[in-house]
Design a protein around this ligand. Sequence first.
Ligand code: ADP
Ligand code: MG
Ligand code: MG
Length: 506
Amino acid sequence: MYPEYPPDLNDEQKEYLLFNLKDWSIAHGLAVRPTPTYVPTEQDPSAALATTAPVTLFPSLFPRVCFGQAASVVNAYNELYSAIASDEAWLKDIVEELTEIDDFMANLWKVHMEVKKEGYAHTLNLGLFRSDYMVHVDPSEPKPLVKQVEFNTIASSFGGLSSQVTGMHRYLRSVDAYPESMANIVTESSLPPSTSVPGLARGMAKAHEAYGKSGSGSPTCVLFLVQDMERNVFDQRHVEYALNENHGVRTFRLPFSRVLKDTKVDGERNLIYMPPQTPQKQYEVTVVYLRAGYSPSEYEDQTAWDARLQIERSKAIKCPSVLLQLAGTKKVQQVLATPHSPHLKRFLPDEKQAADVLKTFAPIYPMDKSEAGMGARKLATDPETANRYVMKPQREGGGNNVYRKAIPDTLKNLPESQWPAYILMEMIEPPEQSNVIFRNGELQKGGVICELGMYGACLWRQGQHDGEREVLENFDAGYLLRTKGDSSEEGGVAAGFGAVDSACLV
Ligand code: ADP
Ligand code: MG
Ligand code: MG
């Protein structure tokens, strides 16, 4: 596309760019905490240290048509996934095959069933989604398209840092940190700011408002349910502060391990939060925003499941509920992407919306004993063909997939009864491009792969019957561009593979 992009910098240019980048990052909270193994040192006795988040030096080039295509389906995806999460019977059919072989899925389903037995305490649902894409060039198509990598319904991260990194690249341009040769490419109008911070905060504020008055008489708050060791805390803080500052909503951070200590569910099933630092004060929780609870490793024993149940059975609006979390599994994505399947139409009756969403699907196959599954097994066990695929279990948070040539060996060591817990997906092969990643004080220059995430917010009221619902809010909530070196299969920034980036539309 632009083979000379990004241009090489001389030593003075590099130094000028880097010192601007480092100062801007820290001044604007484009930052992360040290790794969990970090021990306080003499220079930092109270572990107050933070460092710049991994970023790209330059905004990566991204086709404007692809960005537009991804943006144009945000509302349809909000609609689609809110509809899926509202159809328990349909989800049950899909999840059933998994619960037999996957304990984590089974335990999640159990939480849902227990609450269902008692009856859900309210009908409001909040989704803060992120649909992830890569650019795909199909020789038979006149323009490049985006193809969906996955759809996230729980703990969709980097909305906080994304707004900051688009700000940083815009700033670097404005202070002439980029050489003259970029001036025609990186312009004011080619660098869209990401509105993910105000967007995600607005989603939570709308839910908070819809919850209505406190039932217990205590003041209300939004609870950020977080992991104990969180490096990516500023990403969350940006959204939290925006909720505070733009909407006047009180927020608290609660580590998942403290749910049973610091919260209780009262007789009306209000979720009451008791801050340990001010035990005389109590708050009624309107929204629980989960940035934890998506990985089996967080559920070490029954108390963690009890904690999840406590949240789920309370009246607080869960972002997400268990059903919405399950709607975001790769299995659901595979079922939707099955050619000629009736499912997409069922949830998206609007034909134009359904057709646009369909265009974003890459081929995905089950690994069960269905006809399609048997075909996929053949592809996956032959090293020649497996090389074009990625095999994914029903997991989130990065580091769980099996790529290309590693698939046949993994299957050899996996009992066949476990295979249906996975899906097989064609690798999307985006066009080659380069950038420089700044991570842990080091520069890495070379070929990169970009992944575009589109955030969407959706608030809906579940109807009396399966499939019935009323959508109260449906809006887009900014974007994320993540970039990784092209030799790494995984793309997670927090998992240590990628960097936050912004799109330079071309
Ligand atoms: P997770 O929920 O753990 O983030 P993903 O499906 O997003 O799982 O996979 C993790 C990473 O693997 C992605 O960020 C991407 O870099 C890579 N990946 C996943 N699926 C594909 C695909 N079909 N084509 C190319 N890369 C993929
Ligand atoms: Mg992902
Ligand atoms: Mg995911």
